[in-house]
Design a protein around this ligand. Structure first.
Ligand code: FMN
Length: 408
């Protein structure tokens, strides 16, 4: 019988020999320059994680269209104007035999008013849950818009490849544009881009095919995909499995599993307490998926201890473990996980204890984002950072700008 896979085992993906099974998942940094260029702060941050031991790291979501950003200070790749800065970022992020892939994203309607006055989406369905105060109703995309976005994904892929990144991850999860196309709640189109699952997934397939045709078979392309939207009428587990099978048959190199969107943020905090306690939020889905596909799988969301990660890998349900929030406070976590089986990357969940305040302060995001800022300026993170301080800063920001941001 073959040995179960362990965290230290290398894995080969599309010709890349990745040194271990730990993947730093995407966390939007909001550390881009005024013109969407990569910055010294990003170099410092990603160098820290590269030295921290990850085999693979995925950047925070990088925008493909300056007119449609998801957040202020996103990195934007729509032309070669800032290729030198991008090249420096790629080099810093790939020290210590780490590979870094860029996560490319179009936010669609999940772009707040103060960033995008006129967002686009497959259909003019506003975001619910009171988010209409923060996000404008999207304009329905035309055929030309669709062709333009596909072209932009392709163009950005070529520029990132030229800059020296070793792969691309398409952001197909968390309610952004690709995820909006996949969901029958958000996509009400009656043309070839909507209706049946075959039509709803046409967009992601066309994006992937165009990118693949541009870079060839030897440059890795992966995708982050929802296991489900956890929303009535949204993308279901069954549909997700069909999309994974289709992408596998198209030749995709890696699938990262997550779930949820702004309206139902399951990727950050699942509803069931038992799911949180079990650590890996989407493991059950991955177990079922594994029996249908061979494509390498990363599962992200909730992993904290070496024990849970090792068990999940040993089960064969996944090929790599995705970790995001813990490495904002423990940047050396991967090295520790690889050398000490008793490692536990848990820390106090940032909360004021008042749900309403945490919600308007977008606590989970803003608290972790502040840790990224500290790391990016060469300072140590602060796991005991007061959630009340984050709440005060966020609420002051809302009062000043009349709006608040977003997401994951
Ligand atoms: C500050 C912050 C920013 C995030 N930005 C992104 C992003 O740009 N793209 C993405 O796919 N996920 C993003 N996420 C979600 C994470 O990748 C991950 O799916 C989620 O945090 C659950 O994993 P964890 O329990 O290991 O943190 C973000 C999460 C945080 C906390």
């Amino acid at each position: 019988m073959s040995q179960p896979i362990s965290l230290n085992d290398p894995i080969e993906i599309c010709g890349l020999k990745i040194k271990n099974r730990l993947c730093k998942s995407a966390m939007s940094e909001q550390l881009g320059g005024r013109n969407g260029e990569a910055t010294k702060a990003l170099e410092t941050l990603y160098k820290t994680w590269a030295q921290g031991g990850f085999g693979l790291q995925i950047t925070g979501n990088v925008m493909i269209d300056a007119r449609h950003c998801g957040e202020p200070r996103n990195v934007i790749v729509e032309n070669r104007n800032h290729i030198e800065a991008l090249t420096r970022w790629a080099a810093a992020a790939q020290e210590n035999q780490t590979y870094c892939w860029v996560q490319l994203n179009h936010p669609g309607k999940q772009a707040p008013k103060h960033v995008d006055k006129q967002p686009i989406s497959p259909s003019a369905v506003p975001l619910g849950q009171g988010m209409d105060k923060i996000f404008n109703v999207p304009r329905v995309m035309t055929e030309d818009d669709i062709a333009d976005v596909i072209q932009r994904f392709t163009n950005a892929t070529l520029i990132c490849q030229e800059a020296g990144f070793s792969g691309i991850q398409i952001h197909g999860a968390h309610g952004y544009l690709i995820s909006q196309f996949l969901s029958s709640h958000h996509n009400r189109r009656t043309d070839r881009w909507g209706g049946s699952l075959e039509n709803r997934m046409r967009f992601v397939i066309e994006v992937y095919r165009a990118m693949r045709a541009a870079v060839g078979k030897t440059f890795p392309i992966g995708i982050k995909l929802n296991s489900a939207d956890f929303q009535r009428g949204g993308f279901t587990e069954q549909e997700s499995m069909t999309v994974v099978q289709t992408l596998e048959s198209e030749g995709i190199d890696l699938i990262e599993i997550s779930g949820g969107n702004y309206e139902a943020p399951a990727m950050m905090r699942p509803k069931k307490r038992s799911t949180i306690e079990r650590e890996a939020y989407f493991l059950e889905y991955a177990e079922t998926l594994r029996s249908h596909v061979q494509v390498p799988l990363v599962v992200t969301g909730g992993f904290r201890t070496a024990k849970a990660m090792s068990n999940a890998l040993a089960s064969g349900a996944l090929d790599m473990v995705g970790i995001a929030r813990p490495v904002s406070v423990f940047p050396n976590l991967a090295n520790q996980l690889l050398t000490n089986p008793a490692t536990n990357g848990s820390y106090a969940y940032p909360s004021t204890g008042i749900k309403f305040i945490d919600k308007i302060a977008v606590m989970d995001i803003n608290w972790h984002e502040h840790q990224l800022k500290l790391l990016s300026s060469g300072q140590p993170p602060n796991p005991s950072l007061s959630p009340w301080w984050i709440a005060w800063r966020s609420i002051r920001g809302i009062l000043k700008s009349g709006s608040q941001k977003r997401r994951a």
